[in-house]
Structure formats: C-alpha cells, structure tokens
Design a binder for this molecule. Structure first.
Ligand SMILES: CC(C)(COP(=O)(O)OP(=O)(O)OC[C@H]1O[C@@H](n2cnc3c(N)ncnc32)[C@H](O)[C@@H]1OP(=O)(O)O)[C@@H](O)C(=O)NCCC(=O)NCCS
Length: 312
C-alpha cells in the first residue's frame, strides 16, 4: 500500500462553534488583516456579522489545515478556487500529500472543515434553525424536485410533522450537498439525479451510499454526524477520478487505488475559536493587532495602507 493510503491523521474533521465569539468591528479587522487582501471581499460581501464571522473562520481554518498537515508557512499558502467555486491549495513542490483534498461548510453555530489524503471530499453542515420556521409540508413544497420519490418516502417515514421527519429531510439535504461539493459542480447539478440510501437498506443510519441516475456509485461513501441536536453534518468521500476537468489534476493511479482502501469514518474534533485565533498571533482579549506572528512585516504594511473592515 502506498504511504499516503494509511494516514488517518490526515483525515481532518474539525468543527468550530462561533456563537460565543462576539468580536468588535476592530477585532474582526485584525483577523481579516491576517488573510491576503484578495480574500477580504469574500468576507466583507456579507452584511451580517454572523456571516462575516463564519466566512472569516472558514478562511483561517483552511490555512491552519495546510499549515498543520503540510507544514507550509502561513505566508506561502495560496488557496484558489475552481471556476465553480471549490477551493483548492495551489500545488506545493514535493508536498507530503499530493492528493490532499478538502472542503468547508458553515451554517448556524458552526464552521466545519474536512480533508482527505487521497479521496475527493465534500461536506455540508445544516442547522435546523437557520432554514425555516415553516411547517414541514410547507417547507417541503419548495424542494419537491430536489429529492426522488424513494427519498421522499424515507423522509416521510417518520410520520407527519414529526421531528424525525425533519431530521430525515435535513440529513438528505446535507448528503446531496456534500456530494455536490465533493465533486465541485456547485449549482450546475440536478439534485434529483443523486438518490441516497442508508447502508443495509435501513430507513435510518449514519452511513449511506448513492445512486447516480439509477446506478449505484460503489466508490462513494457518506458519513452523517450529529454535532448537536440542531446541527447535522455529512462528509462525502469519492474517487479522485470524478474530479471535474476544471479542477487541478492531482489524481493518479496511486490516488485511485488508495481511495478504495480508505473507507472509514472519523469523528469531529471541536476546536475553540480562541485557539484558532492564537495560531495566527491573535490573542483572545484584544487580538493584539500589534503583534502578528505571521508575516509581521507584510501584515503591518497592509494594516497601515488599508482598513479592511469599515464600521457597520
Ligand atoms: C455554493 C454551494 C457549493 C454550497 O453552498 P452552501 O451550502 O450555501 O454553503 P456551505 O457553507 O455548505 O459551503 C460554503 C463553502 O463551500 C465551498 N465551496 C464553494 N463553492 C464550492 C463548490 N463548487 N464545490 C465545493 N465547495 C464549494 C467554499 O469553501 C465555501 O466556503 P468559503 O467561501 O468560506 O470558503 C452550492 O452547493 C449551493 O449553493 N448549494 C445550495 C443548493 C440548494 O439549494 N441545495 C438544497 C439542498 S437539497
């Protein structure tokens, strides 16, 4: 087995709860200055502070991931996006994990990030609170064509208006999204083409597989995690060969054969906001903007020249 097949530690599953983090505009500004200026607008495009916080944490976690797994200096990490939006690390010569794939999701209280050393990976978190106050059947009307008749049967099997029916709905939602995000196709995929089945034909489970256009896709696995009573996360892993042509080509035969050996679940590790900030030289109380550990010179220049976050 190739060396990269066996590194479970490279299958990162991190979750950060951002609800207790209530930064001032100035503190958010400090955090933003840690990122390359080209990333600022992707945080500032949100008008709500909650969305800004999550987008910011997403970008900090992406950097922490590559710093921790590949020992890349923060200043040398370059993350770009495919034309459909999936972020990827711009390749690094002689990187320890040439097939490393990752994905991020944020919703409700959490930002989650996952990585896989060989497989394509996608994740979606869904907060039951943030999507609707509608009664289930009213909510479902907006999504009729997104799910197949089989999936609606499973979703409704919990009984009308029951909590488990909503749980099933959101679990299927995040499985679809995790698949779409692993492949990286964004909004261009007709969601009803992917039909999800729990393993062993159960009507409830934490492991699932997918049929695409009616044909089982045996190399895909879907792992469901309940982070807390309000948040479901799905992690999808699939073969690197389905990477869309627009994505950087890093898959090769090693990646394919490794992928088949790495079907395993992994639970999420909860990171604290303050510990993530600390990594970037941002101390919890004031964020201590004067003392960046990373790229101090260039960051100071940036801070003097521009104030990324205008008061809102
Ligand atoms: C953009 C999309 C990829 C995910 O959107 P989302 O669920 O609102 O957002 P999430 O928080 O789960 O994911 C956002 C992250 O996904 C990543 N991402 C963006 N485009 C991506 C793509 N094409 N493929 C994979 N990942 C992508 C980014 O890292 C982004 O976070 P960042 O900007 O902080 O880096 C897209 O699938 C979408 O908008 N889906 C909504 C479609 C829908 O209505 N689904 C109903 C489900 S049944």
């Amino acid at each position: 087995m190739n060396e990269v097949c066996s590194i479970a530690g490279d299958m990162v599953r991190w979750a950060v709860n951002t609800t207790q983090w209530i930064p001032t505009d100035e503190q958010l500004n400090c955090c933003l200055a840690v990122l390359p200026p080209s990333e600022w607008s992707s945080v500032l495009r949100f008008s709500s502070k909650d969305d800004r916080k999550r987008a910011l944490m997403s970008r900090l976690l992406q950097r922490k991931l590559f710093h921790d797994l590949l020992s890349i200096d923060y200043d040398s990490i370059r993350i770009e996006r495919t034309p459909t939006g999936k972020p990827y690390l711009v390749s690094v010569p002689n990187a320890r994990l040439p097939h490393l794939n990752f994905n991020v999701s944020h919703d409700g209280d959490y930002v989650v990030i996952v990585s896989d050393p060989v497989s394509l990976v996608g994740t979606d978190i869904i907060s039951r609170h943030s999507h609707s106050d509608l009664l289930p059947e009213k909510l479902f009307e907006n999504f009729t064509t997104y799910f197949t008749p089989f999936e609606w049967m499973i979703i409704r099997s919990g009984g009308p208006d029951s909590d488990s029916m909503l749980d099933q709905f959101y679990r299927h939602w995040c499985m679809k999204e995790a698949y779409v995000k692993a492949v990286g196709v964004g909004l261009g995929f007709e969601l009803h083409r992917a039909e999800f089945h729990y393993d062993k034909d159960m009507i409830w489970g934490d492991l699932a597989h997918v049929y695409i256009d009616g044909i089982v896709a045996t190399e895909w696995q879907f792992f469901l995690h309940k982070l807390d009573p309000e948040h479901w996360v799905c992690v999808a892993t699939g073969p690197p060969s389905v990477r869309p042509s627009s994505a950087p080509a890093v898959a090769n035969n090693d990646g394919e054969s490794c992928h088949r050996t790495v079907f395993q679940s992994r639970s999420f590790t909860f990171l604290r906001v303050e510990d993530v900030l600390k990594e970037f030289g941002l101390q919890a109380a004031s964020y201590d903007c004067g003392e960046y550990r990373i790229g101090a010179d260039s960051e100071n220049e940036r801070r003097e020249s521009t104030a990324p976050l205008s008061s809102s």
